[in-house]
Design a protein around this ligand. Structure first.
Ligand code: ATP
Length: 365
């Protein structure tokens, strides 16, 4: 069966890494008809918007997208394309595995974390008040009357809403995911002691609703304690359930624990649509030079194949990545090698095709 998938190459290294992932998916024997749509800086120049309607329409039609990183052009007045996509398609859950890989040097071994980040609320809600604006003057007056809360005259303000409804759905999503993938424990990260009415809501809803899932252990950690645990004994943690901003920060931290941003895959998932993309950004410092590590995007594509009910294809892609990294001959510069994006994509595509031909990864090390 052929799948229709929207492919958004993105900016910077995006076209290089998504091109590599596309090749690997095809080599793994999964038939995909790609609907390719540009978004970001490329279209901004041509059409005056970084996110034309047809991109969202395509995803509403295909329900699934593979996406490269997109940088929001600074100073154009547009909000982040990534945030707009997540909110426009209600992709309320970001799922980001951080798994130690063979042949990759990192500080820890045996790391196997799964980050579930709430994707729509918190300081990302876009409720912003510019310092010196009349709107902020009005808000300051109102707060003074209500609180009294004093906002310094030269401050800017970002509002942090965290709702019961928004938390409840991410909590249920995280527990369902944990059950499906046989994970043992969920740890919620928060700072409820300082922000009782935002992080406190997140913690209270998670604690209450965890009771519906007696077969998955539940614990809570203040976000600073979680940072310490991740930096000292990450193997102690399993699934991390986080509000939006902490989830963003902890995702990069966890990528660093297992070898860097070039290896960290991700998915943005809602009830109806799913967009798969690496955790990293557009890496303008290495863009267009054929040096980017495509593994994060290739592993994001493997998550996509699971989502499309193509477990053999997903398994072949993951086994091929492990095989090539373990062999150690083909590595990009971020992993200490000299190979380019094309060379590692070729090696992984070749391995995936061989694994698929043999009907599995037995004997591939
Ligand atoms: P953003 O704000 O979009 O996250 P950024 O520039 O802060 O962008 P990245 O684009 O993720 O962050 O890049 C951070 C660093 O990691 C850069 O030095 C970049 O070259 C490196 N990097 C990111 N992704 C890759 C990759 N796939 N392969 C190699 N290096 C990468």
């Amino acid at each position: 069966m052929s799948h229709r998938v929207t492919l958004i190459p993105g900016d910077g290294i995006g076209p290089e890494v998504t091109g590599a992932a596309r090749r690997v998916v095809e080599a793994a024997g999964v038939e995909v008809e790609w609907e390719v749509h540009d978004a970001g800086a490329v279209v901004m120049e041509r059409e005056g918007t970084p996110l034309p309607d047809r991109v969202l329409e395509s995803i509403r039609h295909t329900r699934t997208a593979l996406k490269g990183p997109i940088t929001t052009p600074v100073g154009t007045g547009f909000r982040s394309v990534n945030v707009a996509l997540r909110q426009g398609l209600d992709l309320f859950a970001a799922v980001r595995p951080a798994l130690s890989l063979p042949g990759v040097r990192s500080r820890f071994e045996g790391v196997d974390l799964l980050i579930v980040r709430e994707n729509t609320e918190d300081l990302y809600a876009g409720i912003e008040f510019r310092a010196g604006s009349s709107e902020l003057d009005a808000l300051r007056e109102r707060l003074r009357a209500l609180g009294p809360f004093e906002v310094p005259h030269d401050a800017g303000v970002t509002v942090k809403p965290i709702s019961v409804t928004g938390t409840r759905r991410i909590v249920h999503f995280a527990f369902d995911l944990a059950q499906r993938f046989g994970r043992r424990r969920i740890t919620v990260g928060h700072k409820a002691s300082i922000m009782p009415h935002s992080d406190g809501v997140f913690l209270a809803v998670a604690t209450a609703d965890a009771a519906h899932y007696p077969d998955v252990e539940f614990e809570e950690l203040e976000i600073d304690e979680m940072a310490l645990t991740l930096a000292s004994e990450p193997e102690r943690l399993d699934v991390l359930l986080l509000p939006n901003l902490y989830g963003d920060i902890v995702s990069d931290l966890c990528a660093g624990l297992v070898g860097g941003l070039g290896l960290a895959p991700g998915a943005n998932i809602g009830w109806e649509y799913a967009v798969f993309e690496p955790v990293h950004g557009s890496a303008p410092d290495i863009a267009g030079r054929g040096l980017a590590n495509p593994v994060a995007t290739i592993l994001s594509a493997a998550m996509m194949l699971d989502h499309l009910h193509e477990p053999e294809g997903a398994g072949a892609v993951r086994a091929a990545v492990r095989q090539v990294l373990a062999a150690g001959e083909t590595r990009t510069p971020d992993l200490g090698g000299t190979a380019g994006t094309e060379a590692i994509a070729d090696a992984i595509a070749g391995a995936a095709a061989r694994i698929r031909e043999r009907g599995g990864d037995a004997g591939d090390g």
